[in-house]
Every structure is written in structure tokens, then in C-alpha cells.
Design a protein around this ligand. Sequence first.
Ligand code: BTN
Length: 238
Amino acid sequence: MIILDSVDSTNAYLKSRRNELSDCAAVTARLQTAGRGRMGRAWAANDGMLPLSVLLKKPPFPATITLCAAVAVCNALERAFPEVKTHIKWPNDIIVSGFKVCGILCESVCFGDSIDIICGIGVNLTQDGDFFAAAELPHASSLKLLTGMECDRMALAEDIASGVISLSRTGFKCVYEQYKSRCITLGRQVKLIENGKESLAFAEDIAQNGFLVCTDDRGVRFEVNSGEVSVRGLMDYI
Ligand code: BTN
């Protein structure tokens, strides 16, 4: 594990050094100053957030790494905080007690007909309530706020990284049932937001390829790809 004091973005760090680094290189930092989030958003942080990125060179199942990473994070968090029950808001927000405690951003680099993936994970470990209020993140919280507990930051980073590496090799198939059982999006009315356009649907299932299977108000089934659509609950975030 490469351990930095401060970095703009652990994803950017691996992306720019991809050629010199070996497969499965992982990087973390005490502080990330310009974190990237999904849908082009920024990812706010102070040193209470654990940033971690893993470089996966030519992975066998690139499309579903992000879902595998969500399962790896849940498993590692439940080992580090035994009293915690983790859930997943499709595709890859990690939820504890209704709050987002971790986000995942997989970025790809294509070359020829190959692809490398940089899997970036940000875990809210010890930020306080003032941090989330100032960042205007009412749906986010930290493990410390929710449990009163802290864990060994490096041990957690190592555990998550090894889970991501191992599940990236076995593929989504192996954790499909586990993913579904953790997924709190299923069985709910959801608002789909695509290019600023909103529509309502019912979240029925997760397809084998990781897409969200929905039905519209006429009962017509369709699949939603995580790269293109943002999902919100009708009443609130989940
Ligand atoms: C999200 O929007 O939910 C995804 C957030 C991903 C943040 C992590 S922190 C480590 C890695 N480096 C980044 O710049 N982003 C990811």
C-alpha cells in the first residue's frame, strides 16, 4: 500500500502513474484535497475521510467492479465495526442507519481493446456533524458519528483493498445474491435522473450484469445502467 500524507485525488494519483505501477497497486492518504465523486461531482473531505484507490489492470469483469467493490466495503466495515449493519444503495453508495458512509468511483482508462480500472473508495470514518453540515451533505455521516467507535484506518484500507482485488477476479456472479440482499433500493419507488430529466419507476431487481431492473407505471420492465442514471427515493435520499 502506498501511503501519502496529502494528495489531490487518490484516483488521479493512480491514473497518472498507471504505466509505472503494477497491477493491484493501492494508494491511500491522510488527506485528500480534490476528491472526485460520481457524475462529475466533487467529493468533500477532511482527514476524517479514508481515501483509497486500487489499480486493476485488464480486469476480467470490468463492468461490474464497482458493484463488487461495494460488497468488499460492506464486508470490511462489518469486520471493523461488528455492531454495524451495512446496506447498498444501488449502484454503490454504502449506507449505515440510513446515512451514506462511503462512496465509490471507478474510472477507466482504455487503450487499444484493453481497459484498466481505477477503483476509488472514500469512507467517512471520523468526520463530525459540523463537517457534514458545512459541506451541505444531510444524507451523509461517519462511522464515528453513528457508532461512537473508531477503527484502525490502515487495517481497514488493507482489508478493503484485498477484498476489491479478490472480488474483481471472481466477478459479480459470486457476490450477486449477497449484493441483492444488501441492496436497499429494491422494492422501492425510485426517481431516475438522466441528463437532468426525471422519471418515476419501481425498482424490481438487479440483473446479472448489475443493471437496475425497473418497471414503469404501466408495468413495462426496463434496465437502468449505473453510469448514466442517478437514483433517488421518492421521499428522501434512499
Ligand atoms: C461518490 O460520488 O459517491 C463517489 C465518491 C468516491 C470518492 C473516492 S475517495 C478516493 C477516490 N479518489 C477520488 O478522487 N475519489 C474516490
